[in-house]
Design a protein. Structure first.
Ligand SMILES: CC(=O)SCCNC(=O)CCNC(=O)[C@H](O)C(C)(C)COP(=O)(O)OP(=O)(O)OC[C@H]1O[C@@H](n2cnc3c(N)ncnc32)[C@H](O)[C@@H]1OP(=O)(O)O
Ligand SMILES: CC(=O)C(=O)O
Length: 532
């Protein structure tokens, strides 16, 4: 890679892995590296070889198992210890032997840290930087310097902080990355310091933590002030409040500031890549994450939807497709006619103005009673079909159900449910057992219907959420149940509300089965029934 290109430097596998609760195996690290390479980042910091066996192993396996198309691997580590030769320091040796083409050295640039944490002199710290950089350069590695606590150091002793940068650059470091290690900076003051640092003539990079919630803003301000190398982590992972979210930084620079950082086709994969990485890290994705979160282009307010109907740009800062995301309409009691009309279109229905109005009224009425349609897409679609056709889709109707929960003397709690149904002209009586009443009901319904609808064998209940809502209008507390179901190719959610938790569950379950049968292509019998 030509050195005049702007550097996108990812440190997910090193600083990102410093996040509480995040622990990656070597195989995980290799998998994350492949995703980052696919996105087109320039550098992937793989860890600190020599600091722990896993990171050493990562660099060993990377040589044969990583076939990076865009990125170069960087090994992270510290300058030599005080009072020893760089060539004799075992941690420096591990960096040398990592096989990484780039080494990023962390060095102290804050005078107090040199004196208190390193317990050495300011001159010896400069010598540690000079020796280590020139040693690794002589060994053929490209060296970047992470100037730790640079901004706090600059406030304490600007001349010394800048001297650290000059020393590294003169010894052969091709980038000096200014680190807001404690993450306490704000964009305006940070930009002034970056400007001063760029005045040394060294190539300046930026590494921000998010302790003030400004890591991305600080990174952008640094770029405007002259930084041409930006560090960050996938999904904003990192120690404490995290690092600058590299996905947000890249999307901002490319889409707002005209930088050509990653291929447009790779940027359009960013949402998928961000979520693929959360699968590996096992960290719940932040649905509100800019650009790539599932809610990043989700619209709930009726007024927004009415403008979006005319032109999506009126309420969106970019076309979500540019980052591989999708616009979504949420239907709730904040919806207006436009919201349900657009949602209907998304689901393949062309609603008339009258149908939209009726549907909005029904949604608002049901939400006032405790339903929530933004979390129950399938319930909304059933309500929509009901409004459009004047009939509730029914593949079966229920005569009655009964659930028994019993703890026999000396035994375990067991649940048994019996349902009496009508389907395809037959009366069906079925009994199911389960580890709880809803599980038993689910089994009984499916057992009863599977002979007529074999596809139900692959439908399963994957999530069950219960919330007790405060009573209103003098009523007691009511229960809202949300059920998520899956048929192996997709998921759908349904909602039920009642004072009785089993009845609320039954409502959600009955809709879940109905929706599953619609997905499987079964036309409902034209049996009119009461609406939800
Ligand atoms: C800002 C950052 O996030 S930088 C990255 C921080 N990441 C980590 O610390 C994770 C990996 N670290 C580790 O595995 C261990 O801390 C190791 C292997 C690096 C060192 O472990 P130990 O030898 O047991 O030392 P320990 O962690 O207690 O202390 C660090 C030592 O490094 C020294 N040190 C700290 N920064 C530097 C530096 N930039 N250059 C040289 N030495 C340094 C400290 O003065 C201390 O020296 P001492 O042993 O004489 O007291
Ligand atoms: C190097 C680094 O991670 C920091 O200073 O924050």
């Amino acid at each position: 890679m030509a050195d005049d290109r702007f550097h996108v430097y990812d440190t997910t596998l090193r600083d990102g892995a410093q996040q509480e609760g995040l622990s990656l195996t070597v195989a995980d690290k290799l998998a994350v590296a492949r995703h980052l390479d696919e996105l087109g980042v320039g550098f992937i910091e793989g860890g600190w070889p020599g600091a722990n066996p896993k990171d050493t192993e990562f660099f060993r396996r990377a040589r044969t198992e990583l076939d990076l198309k865009h990125a170069q691997l960087a090994a992270f580590g510290a300058t030599r210890r005080a009072g020893v030769q760089a060539a004799d320091d075992p941690l420096v040796a591990a960096l040398r032997e990592s096989g990484a083409p780039v080494v990023t050295l962390v060095a102290k640039s804050h005078d107090r840290h040199v004196e208190l944490a390193l317990r050495t002199t300011l001159q010896e710290n400069l010598a540690m930087i000079r020796d280590t950089v020139s040693h690794l350069r002589a060994e053929g590695q490209r060296v970047f310097l992470d100037a730790e606590h640079f901004f706090d150091g600059y406030k304490s002793n600007p001349a010394y902080a800048l001297e650290v940068l000059r020393t590294a650059a003169e010894a052969g470091a091709s980038v000096v990355a200014l680190c807001d290690t404690n993450g306490g900076m704000l964009p305006d003051e940070l930009a002034d310091v970056v400007h001063e640092a760029a005045g040394t003539g060294a190539r300046v990079g930026i590494h921000c933590h998010d302790d003030t919630g400004c890591a991305v803003a600080n990174s952008l301000a640094a770029v405007r002030a002259g930084a041409t190398h930006v560090q960050g982590c996938a999904n904003g992972y990192g120690e404490r409040s995290g690092n600058a979210n590299l996905f947000t930084v890249v999307a901002n620079l490319q889409l707002k500031r005209g930088f050509d950082l990653v291929p447009d086709a790779a940027l359009a994969e960013m949402t998928r890549i961000a979520h693929a990485i959360t699968e590996i890290t096992n960290v719940t994705p932040n649905s509100h994450q800019p650009y790539v979160g599932v809610s990043a282009f989700a619209h709930k307010a009726g007024l927004h939807a009415s403008a979006i109907k005319v032109d999506p740009d009126l309420y969106q800062h970019i076309d979500p497709a540019q980052v591989g995301n999708d616009m979504r309409m949420l239907v709730s009691d904040m919806a207006g006619r436009a919201s349900v009309e657009l949602k209907g279109r998304e689901l393949g229905y062309d609603l008339s103005a009258e149908q939209s109005r009726e549907l909005v009224d029904r949604v608002k009425d049901l939400e006032a009673k405790g339903h929530t349609f933004e979390a129950a897409d399938a319930s909304f679609e059933l309500l929509l079909r009901d409004t459009v056709t004047g009939e509730r889709p029914r593949h079966f109707t229920v005569e009655s159900w009964r659930v028994i929960v019993e703890r026999p003397a000396g035994g375990q709690v067991v649940s048994e449910a019996t349902v009496k149904l009508y389907a395809k002209g037959e009366r069906i009586v079925a009994t199911g057992e389960g580890n709880g009443p809803v599980n038993a009901l689910d089994r009984a319904v499916r057992l009863g219907l599977e002979r007529l609808y074999p596809e139900l064998a692959s439908v399963e209940l994957t999530d069950f959420k219960v919330r007790i809502l405060e009573g209103s209008h003098g009523t007691g507390a009511i229960t809202r149940v949300l059920i998520t179901s899956s048929d192996g190719t997709g998921e759908w959610a349904t909602v039920g509300v009642d004072e009785n938790i089993i009845e609320a569950s039954w409502q959600a379950l009955e809709q879940a089965v109905t929706y599953g049968l619609l997905r499987a292509g079964h036309t409902p019998d034209r049996v009119a029934g009461p609406s939800t």
